[in-house]
Design a protein around this ligand. Structure first.
Ligand code: PLP
Length: 228
């Protein structure tokens, strides 16, 4: 087996065990392959091993890979910080956006979503680590932001995304992910998605209800250049 196929099978085991330990159906937890810095050929490899969902952080890099992979029926997720001048291309070329953290960006994505495509699936990124993170909306601002996004015509608000401050302490991991789930519950908007958990903390995220785990390093190996 190739390293990537091997990694994928190890990940599938980790996801299954974590879901079972939490009394959850492993089928409720989906793997998003985070391919930033990795070539299109690596995405072909995970596709061949059964992966259908790909996450990218940088628009130009993502568009270049999409052009090389038009023959594959992949679902593309944008997961990086979003500048206003990038919203049109994101609205045109992605199926999901996990990293919406302000209304202006959501409004632009909705306005710029091409007619004829289904509503763009979005998650609101919430900052549960205070000053340790610059990205994500403040939990205080979340209810109003989520309500406003839910009302936009060409977006479908699916849930929340978070990147808690990295820590090896399982209790701290659990507390951060539980907070995301509580914030989601308190919105009462019938949302079905929690995008949380990465290579080092997917078990804690799954225990707290993650429905997408976003995995880069544990699938593709260390990143190819010095990008976060
Ligand atoms: C890079 C990245 C990931 C994947 O991180 P790993 O630790 O390599 O699994 C997940 N989510 C976001 C938003 C990322 O930028």
């Amino acid at each position: 087996m190739s390293t990537i196929a091997d990694n994928l099978s190890t990940l599938a085991d980790r996801i299954r065990s974590a879901a079972q330990a939490a009394g959850r159906d492993p089928g409720q937890v989906r793997l998003l392959a985070v391919s930033k810095t990795k070539p299109a050929a690596a995405i072909r490899e995970v596709y061949a091993a059964g992966v259908r969902d790909v996450g990218e952080n940088y628009l130009q890099e993502a568009l270049a890979k999409q052009l090389e992979l038009t023959d594959l029926p992949l679902t593309w997720h944008f997961i990086g910080p979003i500048q206003s001048n990038k919203t049109r291309a994101i609205a045109e070329h992605f199926d999901w956006v996990h990293s919406v953290d302000r209304l202006k960006i959501a409004q632009r994505l909705s306005e710029q979503r091409p007619a004829g495509l289904p509503a763009l699936n979005v998650c609101v990124q919430v900052n549960v680590s205070g000053e340790a993170s610059k990205s994500g909306c403040n939990p205080d601002e979340l209810p109003a932001l989520a309500q406003a996004i839910a009302a936009l015509p060409h977006l479908k608000l699916r849930g929340l995304m978070a990147i808690p401050e990295p820590t090896d302490d399982p209790a701290a991991q659990a507390a951060a992910f539980a907070r995301v789930r509580q914030l989601q519950d308190s919105l009462n908007l019938g949302l079905d998605t929690l995008s949380m958990g990465m290579s080092h903390d997917l078990e804690a995220a799954i225990a707290q209800g993650a429905t997408w785990v976003r995995i880069g390093t544990a699938l593709f190996g260390a990143r190819d250049y010095g990008q976060a």
